[in-house]
Design a binder for this molecule. Structure first.
Ligand code: GLV
Ligand code: MN
Ligand code: MN
Length: 417
C-alpha cells in the first residue's frame, strides 16, 4: 500500500481554515481567535463538513456539536478506529493547534482512500467542540461529555462572560437534544489516535520529527473570587480600603512560589485570567475573579501545591479581612497511552527511517478524555521554538506531512485488526 500525503492541498486547507478568525492580522505570524459557537467557529465547521462530504464521508453531529466524519469500513458493525482534534482557538492563537489533527486526520483518510485501501473497521474523524476553555472556563467540553466525565446538567448550566448558558448558546448554534445523549456507548471505538503539534521545544531541539506520547499530564482548574471593599480612588482613605486586587496579587505570587517549590519540572501553574471589578482606573477594586490552571504528571504533587496555596489564602484572608471563595472547575487524572499503538508507531517510523522519541504531553488534549473510553495514542510534530497559543506558532510543511503520513499508516494498521 502506497500512502501519499497531498502536502500542497493540506497546507492550503490549513491556510484557509486560519481565515475563519476574529483576530486582527499581525505582522509576525497568523493570529487566530475562534471561540466556540461564535460565527467564525460555525463557519469553519461548515467548511470542514463540506470538505468531508466532497470526499463521500458521512457526517453526524451530537447535541454539543461534536462532529463525526465517518469512512465506513467493510465490517461496519465492528468498533471504529478514530482520530481527530479541535478547530477552536484561544484569543490570538496560532493556526496549527488542533487544526493539524483535524485537517491532517482528514488528509490521512483521503490518502488511505487514494491508496486503494478498503478498511475492515470504519475510520472516523472527530472534530471536538470547545477543547479550549475560553468561553466556559473548562477545556475539552466535547470530549468530557463524550466520555461521561462531565455531568450533563452541570454542563448545560455553565455560563459565559455574558451570562449566557451553554444550553442557550448551543441551541442558538443549532445543536439541540439532551447533553446526556452525547456519551458514547462502551466499546464504541477500537482505538483512538490524535495528531498534534508538540507545543513545547523538545522535538525541535533534538531534531526529531515525530514524538510518540506515552502519557498526558493531569490538569486542574480553579476559580477564586476575592471580595474586599472598594470605592472612590481619591476619597477612600488607604487604611479604610480592602483592595481585592492587592490580595489577588499576593495570591498569584503564592501560587508561583509553591509551584516552583516542588522542584519538579512537571509542576506548572498559571493565573491567566484576572477579572477586576468594577474595572475603572479611579475605583478601588472591590472584587477580583482569578482563574488558575495547574498541572502536573503527579496529581498528588499538584494537590500538595493547592494545599500550600490554601494555607496562604487563609493567612491573606485573615490579615486583610477579606472573603476568598474557591471553586473547583476540574481536577483530572493523567492518561496513559496504549503500548500496543505506541509499538505500531515505532514500527512505522523504523520502517520509514523516521526518527522518533517517546515523550510526555504536558499540554492537555481531547485524548485525555478519550483515554477513558478507548486505548489512545498521540503523535506529536515539532513546532518552532516550542511556541504555541501565540500567533507566531509554526510547524513546517514537511513535519506536518510526516505526522500525517504516520497517522495514516497507524490508522490503516488499527483498522485492519
Ligand atoms: C490545551 O490547549 C492546553 O491548554 O493544554
Ligand atoms: Mn490549545
Ligand atoms: Mn490543541
Amino acid at each position: 500500500m502506497q500512502i501519499e500525503i497531498d502536502q500542497v492541498r493540506l497546507l492550503n486547507e490549513l491556510n484557509t481554515l486560519s481565515t475563519y478568525t476574529d483576530a486582527e492580522p499581525v505582522r509576525d505570524g497568523t493570529s487566530v481567535t475562534r471561540v466556540v459557537f461564535t460565527s467564525d467557529d460555525l463557519h469553519a465547521r461548515a467548511w470542514v463538513k463540506e470538505l468531508a462530504l466532497a470526499e463521500g464521508f458521512s457526517i453526524r453531529e451530537d447535541a454539543v456539536g461534536n462532529t463525526f466524519i465517518r469512512w465506513t469500513g467493510i465490517d461496519p458493525e465492528l468498533p471504529a478506529v478514530a482520530t481527530g482534534s479541535h478547530i477552536d482557538a484561544i484569543p490570538h492563537a496560532g493556526m496549527y493547534d488542533g487544526t493539524v489533527g483535524v485537517l491532517g486526520g482528514l488528509e490521512a483518510m483521503r490518502a488511505l482512500k487514494r491508496s486503494g485501501l478498503r478498511p475492515r473497521r470504519s475510520i472516523e474523524l472527530v472534530v471536538f467542540t470547545s477543547e479550549e476553555p475560553t468561553r466556559f472556563g473548562i477545556g475539552c467540553l466535547g470530549s468530557r461529555l463524550l466520555s461521561g466525565t462531565l455531568d450533563a446538567d452541570r454542563a448545560d448550566a455553565m455560563k459565559d462572560k455574558g451570562e449566557s448558558t451553554l444550553a442557550d448558546v448551543r441551541s442558538a448554534a443549532g445543536f439541540s437534544g439532551t447533553l446526556s445523549s452525547v456519551r458514547l456507548p462502551d466499546n464504541y471505538y477500537h482505538a483512538w489516535v490524535e495528531l498534534h503539534i508538540e507545543q513545547g521545544p523538545l522535538l525541535e531541539r533534538e531534531g526529531v520529527p515525530i514524538g510518540i506520547v506515552t502519557s498526558i499530564a493531569a490538569p486542574a482548574g480553579y476559580r477564586f473570587t476575592i471580595t474586599g471593599f472598594g470605592g472612590h480612588a481619591g476619597a477612600l482613605l488607604m487604611p479604610d480600603r480592602k483592595d481585592a486586587l492587592c490580595a489577588a496579587a499576593e495570591m498569584i505570587l503564592s501560587i508561583e512560589r509553591h509551584a516552583l517549590a516542588t522542584g519538579a519540572i512537571d509542576t506548572v501553574a498559571t493565573v491567566g485570567v484576572c477579572d477586576v471589578y468594577p474595572g475603572a482606573v479611579n475605583s478601588v477594586p472591590s472584587r477580583v475573579v482569578l482563574q488558575l490552571d495547574i498541572r502536573d504528571t503527579d496529581p498528588a504533587r499538584r494537590e500538595g501545591v493547592m494545599q500550600a496555596v490554601r494555607r496562604d489564602c487563609e493567612e491573606i484572608r485573615k490579615r486583610r479581612g477579606f472573603t476568598i471563595a474557591e471553586e473547583l472547575v476540574n481536577a483530572d487524572s493523567p492518561a496513559q497511552c496504549s503500548l500496543h499503538t505506541i509499538q505500531y508507531l515505532e514500527e512505522i517510523c523504523r520502517e520509514q527511517g523516521i526518527a522518533c522519541k517517546r515523550m510526555v504531553s504536558r499540554a492537555y488534549h481531547d485524548s485525555l478524555f478519550m483515554a477513558r473510553i478507548a486505548p489512545i495514542a498521540m503523535i506529536f510534530i515539532p513546532c518552532r521554538n516550542g511556541v504555541s497559543h501565540r500567533p507566531d506558532e509554526y510547524a513546517s510543511p514537511g513535519d506536518i506531512s510526516t505526522g500525517t503520513y504516520v497517522l495514516a499508516s497507524v490508522l490503516a494498521k488499527l483498522a485492519a485488526e
